[in-house]
Design a protein around this ligand. Structure first.
Ligand SMILES: *Cc1c(COP(=O)(O)O)cnc(C)c1O
Ligand code: SF4
Length: 367
């Protein structure tokens, strides 16, 4: 991406050592991590880190860790079965009424806990014109699809011209009622949210933007200004956060995050249970503790400032609230998650089960 913001992005272990974010003694172990998973810390993100704090909640999200070399038994390269639910390159279709469209797989930063970490990266690819046309044709041919969610990778990494082209093509599909963009750009590379970019987002369809934010400190002045540019165009903003040990797993951190989101005109929407992507065990928060943290927000925050604690059922079985309604202990004491179609699944997943063809994700969602 030919932008100064991204050119000065730290992308390797020597860069992290030079910035004082990694000790030289860890270099060899971390090179093994870097060989497998992309690294990127933009100047905006690096500026938020206190290098003297070994538990800095911003650094924890982006600085690689030697433990990423270890894949736990319940972890899976495609934890929510994007690949199994992809009928056409760039499309993920699980629910009848909405699809994901992934025009590219690059992000401004690479989060160490990313659920698509085996797919995303700077070389992860952009859909070719032919592939994009096939993806759009898939959507156009299915009137049951009412919403397209642009995700990736990060759609706001696209040039305004290319983004405009995709939105114009979606705008021309009559049965689409709304569009959504999932992005980390406003917090990770706020300078990319230019007037040209927000102008490219103007569309006759209702466009919603869901911003990935995990810590109040990520909503620094530049990020708030980028969000304000979107709000000024009349775009409603939702948040997506991941509940992460060592980042936001305290009552105070979650309360501060929700308050900062509301103050930035972002509706706190989803607080995700971490997906079982490889090498992410250090971020995991147990169900009981996640629920207690989530419960602590009730009464302390205005109702509209409280996100839903949400679980994407491993194996591609859909998103459900992580409360009693959809997640309960079975007779043997282990958790069972009930999917939107009424079927129960082991939680956490066990790897043998994930490899069993009989547990392939439900196709009931496909239109
Ligand atoms: C998360 C997701 C959606 C969107 O779900 P919402 O609850 O509407 O945010 C749609 N399709 C797929 C495949 C998803 O993973
Ligand atoms: S921004 Fe999203 S898709 Fe990109 S690395 Fe982070 S979690 Fe993954």
């Amino acid at each position: 991406m030919p932008d100064g913001t991204l050119i000065r992005t730290i992308r390797d272990i020597p860069g992290l050592i030079a910035a004082g974010l990694v000790r030289a003694g860890e270099g060899a172990a971390l090179e093994q991590v870097a060989a497998r998973y992309a690294i990127a810390l933009t100047p905006a993100v690096t500026a938020l880190i206190d290098p003297s704090d070994p538990a800095d909640p911003i650094a924890a999200q982006y600085v690689p860790h030697p433990d990423e070399r270890i894949t736990a038994p319940d972890e899976h390269p495609d934890p929510i079965a994007d690949l199994a639910l992809s009928p056409v390159k760039g499309i993920v279709h699980r629910y009848p009424d909405r699809v994901l469209l992934k025009p590219l797989l690059a992000c401004p930063v690479y989060c160490r806990f990313c659920f698509r970490r085996e797919q995303v990266g700077p070389d992860g690819g952009v859909l070719s014109e032919t592939e994009l046309a096939a993806a759009l044709a898939y959507i156009a041919a299915r009137p049951a699809i009412r919403e397209v969610i642009l995700t990736g990778g990060d759609p706001l990494m696209l040039s305004p011209r290319r983004l405009r082209g995709i939105l114009a093509a979606l705008e021309a599909i009559p049965h689409l009622e709304s569009l959504r963009i999932h992005t980390r750009v406003p917090v990770a590379a706020p300078s990319l949210v230019t007037e040209a970019l927000v102008a490219a987002l103007a569309t006759r369809k209702a466009l919603w933007v869901a911003v990935h934010v995990n810590h109040a400190r990520e909503l620094a002045a530049a990020a708030r200004a980028a969000l304000a540019r979107l709000v000024a165009r009349g775009i409603p903003l939702l948040s997506q956060s991941v509940l992460l040990a060592g980042v936001n797993d305290s009552e105070a951190a979650l309360e501060a995050l929700c308050r900062a989101l509301i103050a930035a005109r972002v509706k706190p929407h989803y607080l995700h249970m971490l997906d079982f992507a490889p090498g992410t065990a250090r971020f995991r928060v147990e169900v009981a503790r996640a629920r207690a943290l989530h419960r602590s927000l009730r009464g302390r925050l205005p109702g509209h400032a409280i996100p839903t604690l949400i679980l994407d059922i491993p194996g591609g079985h859909g998103k459900v609230p992580a409360g009693e309604s959809h997640l309960a202990r079975g007779p043997d004491g282990s958790w069972r998650a009930r999917d939107p179609w009424g079927d129960d699944h082991a939680y956490p997943p066990d790897r043998l089960r994930a490899q069993d063809a009989s547990s392939a994700p439900s196709r009931r969602g496909r239109g």
